[in-house]
Ligand binder design. Structure first.
Ligand SMILES: [Zn+2]
Length: 540
């Protein structure tokens, strides 16, 4: 064969191989999106946002978190590492660190500093506490670091955990400056295009308007009334009603933090995601790139107003518009067939417990301070000292130095603690470290506790509350999450684009199955701690 023909053949083969991969993977994680939001608000969604993925993509309708606690830091880490806190080590957003006796944050890192303005603390962040690799790390290793991997979210943990250790960048939002910032963990200075984007001051533009509903308020029949007793209020407002005056709220709340807590925070995230793809030429680098985008405003709105508020419904309607624009951009920029998109959430949320109680459903608020007080008293009586260092994330941390020094019988201590805790109101189950290390639980919720339990980082005793029980707040408004129950664990999972067929199924999928499924699409190794399995239906 003449040399020219061989070269042509080689070019042909290599270009075919190159085309056997998506040009870009776009991971979308929506903070606090319950599975049912795909359907509850569907009559007001456009044809080109969520519904485009439902119409053209693969819908894994039975996707659940397979550990507790269902919080944002662990959620994002689990999606991209394909494993649970027991292995990746992100056991909560904040936790009591046994070695230092201090409370730590999942992303804090004293060895790095802020890039792009904002306070010193806002940028002192990295993924160093995550023990395992992510899909992005494995993609980087596979392509000899040629792939670009970038994470974006208003919340630092929503950008940093997905982007992984080898990422080119993670960008998050500075509440003090209204800018997208990063840390020296990733680079020495922000790229010029990020400075240029920040210079547009889009945050000011978004905060110069009123938050009005997208449709006439009378059309929001799927939610409670605009002024209902289960909603919190913004600082600076008397009532939880539309329209919300954002310029007023900006002055009353100081700085740009308020932008995170309204739907336009998601719009700014979408703007920045599109700018990132264009500036970094993602999908046009000859290898697969990965962009992880998380939309955080949904979580703030849910926490404040609850899951049955018009504010929440309107936030999803506006997010649907932003997603519609984002999908249209991906399609025109790279072509749908070259883009692999997945969309999921980092956890769900419970219906406001007081609303449930008022609707004759069993639900409650648990006063953890009271439990802690009672436990302290019991331990002081039986063991001469409370021995209690922390009660946080539904876990008891004992003072092991004191236990050793006073030669306290640890088994007795465990027994007394369990005996006390199981008698407390709203407590369903209590598991000890020894229980969790010696047994392999297969039933709910114990298997979820086990998957969330890191022997090195977690506490001595874990408490599980009954369903629809949350920690007591002053006003019993809004909602939260963190439990091992379907309202917190059941989230959307949609796949769209590259080689994804249109279908839906109700096979059980764990959140940890996303990363190995992506790895199969990309023919790369699964992340180092991966405990999930590829989803067969999506790959067929
Ligand atoms: Zn939250």
């Amino acid at each position: 064969m003449p040399v020219r023909k061989i070269i042509l053949l080689f070019l042909f083969i290599s270009s075919t191989i190159a085309h056997a991969q998506p040009k870009i993977v776009v991971g979308i994680v929506i903070d606090q999106m319950r599975f049912d939001y795909l359907y509850r608000f569907q009559s007001k969604y456009s044809e080109t946002g969520f519904k485009r993925l439902l119409k053209e993509g693969y819908n894994c309708k039975n996707t659940n978190y397979n550990y507790v606690p269902t919080y944002t830091g662990p959620g994002h880490a689990s999606v991209y590492t394909g494993t649970t806190p027991a292995v990746h080590g992100i056991i909560s957003n904040n936790w009591f660190e046994k070695e230092t006796g201090k409370n730590v944050y999942c992303c804090d890192d004293k060895n790095v500093t802020t890039l792009g303005g904002g306070s010193k603390k806002e940028g002192a962040m990295s993924p160093q506490r995550c023990i395992t690799t992510t899909v992005g790390d494995e993609l980087k290793l596979f392509t000899n670091k040629k792939s670009k991997v970038i994470g974006i979210a208003l919340k630092d943990r929503g950008a940093i955990m997905p982007a992984g250790h080898m990422a080119n960048a993670a960008y998050w939002f500075s509440s003090s400056e209204g800018n997208w910032i990063s840390s020296t963990f990733y680079m020495q200075a922000l790229p010029k295009w990020v400075d240029d984007f920040n210079a547009q001051k889009l945050g000011d533009k978004y905060l110069s308007q009123k938050w009005e509903t997208s449709f006439p308020i009378a059309n929001y029949t799927g939610s409670l009334s605009d002024d209902n007793p289960y909603e919190g209020v913004f600082k600076g407002e008397e009532k939880p009603v539309f329209p919300h005056d954002l310029p007023l709220l900006k002055t009353k709340n100081e700085g740009y933090g308020i932008l995170k807590e309204v739907p336009f925070g998601n719009s700014l995230t979408k703007d920045f995601a599109i700018a990132t793809i264009k500036a970094e030429q993602l999908g046009k680098n000859g290898v697969t790139d990965l962009l992880a985008v998380s939309f955080s405003s949904t979580d703030y709105v849910g926490h404040r107003f609850g899951i049955s508020s018009i504010e929440l419904e309107d936030t999803y309607i506006k997010l649907d518009k932003d997603l519609s624009e984002f999908f249209a951009f991906l399609d025109s920029y790279l072509g749908k067939e070259n883009v692999l998109v997945f969309l999921t959430a980092d956890h769900g949320a419970v219906e406001n417990p007081q609303y449930l109680v008022d609707s004759k459903v069993n639900a409650a608020y648990v006063d953890e301070n009271k439990i802690e007080e009672g436990l302290t008293k019991m331990l002081q009586q039986n063991f001469t000292d409370s021995l209690l260092l922390s009660f946080s994330n539904q876990q008891i941390f004992f003072n092991h130095a004191m236990i050793k020094q006073r030669k306290i019988n640890y088994t007795e201590l465990e027994k007394s603690t369990v005996a006390f805790l199981v008698t407390q109101p709203s407590v369903r189950q209590v598991l000890t470290k020894n229980n969790l290390l010696e047994n392999q639980y297969l039933d709910l919720p114990r298997t979820l506790v086990q998957n969330g339990f890191s022997p090195t980082r977690s506490g001595d005793v874990v408490v599980v509350y009954e369903p629809s029980v949350i920690e007591l707040t002053n006003d019993k408004k809004g909602t939260t999450h963190g439990a091992p129950y379907s309202y917190d664990t059941h989230v959307p999972l949609l796949w769209w684009g590259y080689k994804v067929k249109k279908a839906e199924d109700v096979e059980q999928v764990n959140i940890t199955d996303i990363a190995p499924t992506l790895s199969q699409f990309l023919t790369i190794q699964s992340p180092s701690g991966c405990s999930g399995k590829p989803i067969p239906g999506v790959l067929k």
